[in-house]
Design a protein around this ligand. Sequence first.
Ligand code: SF4
Ligand code: F3S
Length: 106
Amino acid sequence: PFVVTENCIKCKHTDCVEVCPVDCFHEGPNFLVIDPDECIDCTLCEPECPVNAIFPEDDVPAGQEGFVALNAELAKAWPVLTVRKDPPADAAEWDGKPDKLKLLER
Ligand code: SF4
Ligand code: F3S
């Protein structure tokens, strides 16, 4: 499956959800995750993310391996999102900021 990684936190553009053919994106307060049990590896979402936060499970950035389990865990707790919504007003300021994991809201 594909995995949403750290740079989505506080950016949350949601362009990704519109293209998913199996509606497997789930939304939290400031982050989205992919349900690994539903993702069919179609690859469509990866280029849609303006901040390049989506990766194949086998190719997540170094140090972000924990996001594989985090996507699986939070997909069970959060509701599905299928329609794009406006990103946070300050999304651009958070693109590429380090150590955003500690800012993840559940
Ligand atoms: Fe959905 Fe395809 Fe992305 Fe998986 S790879 S989350 S099926 S758009
Ligand atoms: Fe996050 Fe990128 Fe989707 S910022 S909500 S993974 S378009």
